[in-house]
Design a protein around this ligand. Structure first.
Ligand code: HEC
Length: 101
């Protein structure tokens, strides 16, 4: 009972804390469709040679922070998104691409 109360308090605290951000995949989907789908494909089947297909889990088996860094600064043919998307936006997009399988 005491454990249950502790878990409940922790869950409520997490739910109301604006800073503990779990990626919002619905917002992530909108951002993905407008900024990423042109190369990575609307359903995660890449349309550009060399771009990973997220529907096949290509290149996303890495921590969020590593992916965030690549998306922020860009990589070879991929443009940088720093200044276009906030880190929070990018984390939302990452949450969405992790659901594409
Ligand atoms: C102009 C085409 C283009 C756009 C737009 C684009 N990408 Fe990419 N992306 C690429 C290419 C090409 C690569 C492979 C880069 C390489 O390693 O050579 C890549 C790689 C990646 C990777 C793998 C990075 C890694 O560290 O291995 C991720 C994740 C990714 N893109 C996410 C995104 C997201 C999210 C967006 C939208 C915010 C986006 N890309 C927009 C072309 C694009």
């Amino acid at each position: 009972m005491k454990l249950f109360a502790t878990l409940l308090v922790a869950a409520v605290a997490a739910g109301f804390s604006g800073d503990l951000h779990a990626g919002d995949m619905f917002k992530g989907r909108q951002l993905y469709n407008s900024h990423c789908a042109v190369c990575h494909g609307a359903g995660g089947q890449a349309t550009m040679p060399g771009a990973p297909s997220f529907a096949r889990q290509e290149r996303i088996i890495k921590p969020d922070f590593t992916l965030l860094a690549s998306i922020r600064t860009g990589k070879n043919a991929m443009p940088a998104f720093q200044g276009i998307l906030t880190d929070r936006d990018i984390l939302d997009v990452i949450a969405y691409i992790r659901t594409m399988n």
